[in-house]
Design a protein around this ligand. Structure first.
Ligand SMILES: NC(=O)c1ccc[n+]([C@@H]2O[C@H](COP(=O)([O-])OP(=O)(O)OC[C@H]3O[C@@H](n4cnc5c(N)ncnc54)[C@H](O)[C@@H]3O)[C@@H](O)[C@H]2O)c1
Length: 254
């Protein structure tokens, strides 16, 4: 795996860090000697990742946060900035949807809940973090969107799909406004990824079907995304701004 010496000591905030892509990404940054703040509503889950990182010689703190709640987000960002003395990298990975849905069977409440988790959350966390990222020499925002925000690739949830398209456009807006402060803002757009949530949500036959439609003939792993985010956050990617990077094995072409 590549080594990025520049991450040594950098303050990295990862939302949704208790499980799935967020947890793997938090560990990957800790392995690069970054100091990692684990932001998640599942405090016990985040504490588990924190212990794993500490056991491997890394540095992590847990801040229990509901990323859809304005006060909770403000308090979390203030507490991370105070603990780490600033903030260099923000990764918004918290997100998802409860069930596969159609436009006709989704209630207004489910729509609002899904949009809040996937889009409002990214706005709230970015807004709170920007003053701290402005103080960094190499500020980075990485928002975890989805192939569902780029194209229709399989059944998901219309609220999720629309939110993730919103995340990609919001990321461009951030890139446009924050470039002058030497902060880059990018998104990644993962395809279906073998996390515990996805395995619970989809049948084996469905997973095989989705994999068969990918040129690489496999679904993504959380590590595939963590590696893409390490690169985007690295000094080598300092001129990449406003991009939605497709991490989907080429599925987007089909
Ligand atoms: N797994 C996939 O197939 C896939 C594909 C494309 C995009 N994505 C996106 O990647 C991101 C991570 O997905 P994942 O599959 O790793 O998810 P996951 O369900 O494994 O983890 C999501 C994390 O977010 C946390 N979370 C949920 N609600 C929260 C809240 N209100 N406040 C704070 N934390 C909260 C959960 O506790 C959990 O730790 C999401 O944005 C998802 O939409 C995932």
């Amino acid at each position: 795996m590549p080594i990025y010496p520049e991450f040594n000591g950098r303050a990295v905030v990862v939302t949704g860090a208790s499980h799935g892509i967020g947890a793997v990404t938090a560990r990957a940054f800790a392995e690069q000697k970054a100091r990692v703040a684990l932001i998640d509503i599942d405090e016990a889950g985040a504490k588990k990742i924190e212990s794993e990182i500490a056991a491997a010689g890394g540095t992590a703190i847990t801040v229990r946060t509901d990323v859809t709640d304005e006060q909770s987000v403000a308090a979390a960002v203030a507490s991370v900035a105070s603990a780490f003395g600033g903030m260099d990298v923000l990764i918004n990975s918290a997100g998802g949807y409860g069930r596969l849905a159609t436009v006709e069977d989704i209630s207004a409440e489910e729509w609002d809940r899904t949009v809040a988790l996937n889009l409002r959350s990214v706005f709230l966390v970015c807004r709170a973090a920007i003053p701290h990222l402005k103080q960094s020499k190499a500020g980075r925002i990485i928002n975890v969107a989805s192939i569902s925000g780029r194209t229709i690739s399989s059944t998901t949830s219309p609220a999720y799909s629309a939110s993730k398209a919103g995340v990609i456009q919001f990321t461009r807006f951030l890139a446009f406004q924050l470039g002058q402060f030497n902060i880059t803002s990018n998104a990644i757009a993962p395809i279906t990824t073998l996390t515990a949530r996805v395995v619970a949500l989809r049948s084996e036959a469905e997973i095989e079907k989705i994999a068969s439609q990918v040129p690489l003939k496999r679904l993504a792993t959380p590590e595939d995304h963590a590696q893409a985010m390490l690169f985007i956050a690295s000094d080598a990617a300092s001129y990449i701004n406003g991009v939605a990077l497709d991490v989907n094995g080429g599925r987007i072409m089909m």
